[in-house]
Design a protein around this ligand. Structure first.
Ligand code: ZN
Length: 169
């Protein structure tokens, strides 16, 4: 990875959203500073570092965001949903799911926001030890996109989250 790639990854959340929670989560992922159960066990804060969803594997960032059987199902649903609303069949490699940036879709801006919201959704479900309900993610995504549009209109910026042709609402 060269300096320009690192720069792109670092800037990606800032170019995508104004929501500090989404930006902060991506920053924590980039710097590997999310308090997953494996980390908490290492410092003796908890005694069990097993993922609450599958109850099989160690709870690491990669497991939580990519590898858990349940999160794999979530991402499959995510790609199916994306194909349904945009008519675009995409499949993103793990490295892009985890770090971004996205540049293969004509709806890059919306897809970037959807990915950040999806990761925040997975993260908060893990904190609460809740199941990953895709319908709940979709409603959080709608809320986020409406907020981004409102901010863009208020600031008269060019970031209008143009979703013509996407059946989001
Ligand atoms: Zn798991």
């Amino acid at each position: 990875m060269n300096d320009s790639d690192i720069h792109k990854i670092y800037n990606w959340p800032f170019l995508t959203t104004k929501n500090p929670k989404l930006i902060m989560l991506q920053f924590k992922i980039n710097h590997n500073i999310i308090y997953t159960k494996d980390k908490l066990k290492k410092v003796n804060l908890i005694s069990n570092d097993v993922c609450h969803l599958c109850e099989r594997e160690k709870h690491t960032i990669k497991h939580m965001m990519l590898k858990c059987t349940y999160v794999t199902l979530f991402w499959n649903e995510f790609f199916a949903w994306w194909a349904q609303i945009t008519n675009e069949k995409i499949h993103l490699p793990d490295s892009v799911l985890l770090y971004g940036p996205v540049n293969l879709s004509k709806h890059n801006q919306v897809l970037s926001l959807a990915l950040l919201v999806a990761k925040y959704f997975i993260y908060t479900c893990n904190l609460a030890e809740d199941p990953l309900l895709f319908s709940l993610f979709k409603s959080q995504f709608r809320e986020n996109i409406l907020t981004e549009r409102y901010i863009a209109m208020k600031n008269k910026t060019a970031r209008l989250f143009n979703v013509n042709g996407i059946a989001l609402l």
